[in-house]
Design a protein around this ligand. Sequence first.
Ligand code: SAM
Length: 206
Amino acid sequence: MCLSQFGDPRGPLGWLAGKLMARGNIDINQLALEALDLQPGDHVLEIGFGPGVTLAEIAKQAGDGFVAGIEPSETMLREAAGRLKEHIEAGSVELKSGSVSSIPYEDGRFDRVLTVNTIYFWEQPESDLREVRRVLKPGGRFALVFRAIKDENGALRMQGVPDPPSLEELTRWMESAGFTDVIAHDRDIRFLMSTMKGIALVARAE
Ligand SMILES: C[S@@+](CC[C@H](N)C(=O)[O-])C[C@H]1O[C@@H](n2cnc3c(N)ncnc32)[C@H](O)[C@@H]1O
């Protein structure tokens, strides 16, 4: 399957990519959930939720909070809407078409924002991070989660993108975007047939 189906899932192949994401991304999404440290009543946004497996888990934990997700792929929106049908009908979950570059919510709407395995596809990560900061309340928590492998110097770097930023560079981008207290958590994760590192960069909105 063409790798672009993971960044822009469309049609039957995109649907299949969604099934692979749902099975293959369990470990890294678990890391994201732990990093998010959800509290009762939180208003939570997931950016690029893919098949919606993690949103469904957040919806279970959110109690009387509010859970939102944005996704540019119509195929993934349909897939997740099926999975989250009951929560959507009950009004506790809202899914919208959208991209990290232009998040369709007002300033300071959320207590928590997460995104897993999407930054590889962001067109302008530095300004996109400012857009994420915009929709968080001051003091809100952001978990930026991605796969990494060691480079020739043994440093962890984002996997699967040309010229990946170092963790230090990503941290600087987050700080320039208005985040503080950036902490990196890493863990071995299984991804399909291989084991690699999952990284959660967790930060607080200033
Ligand atoms: C590899 S999938 C990961 C899906 C899910 N988060 C997971 O971990 O299983 C990447 C997802 O990011 C979405 N995506 C791509 N570009 C995006 C952007 N600019 N803003 C938000 N989501 C994006 C894709 O449509 C796709 O559903």
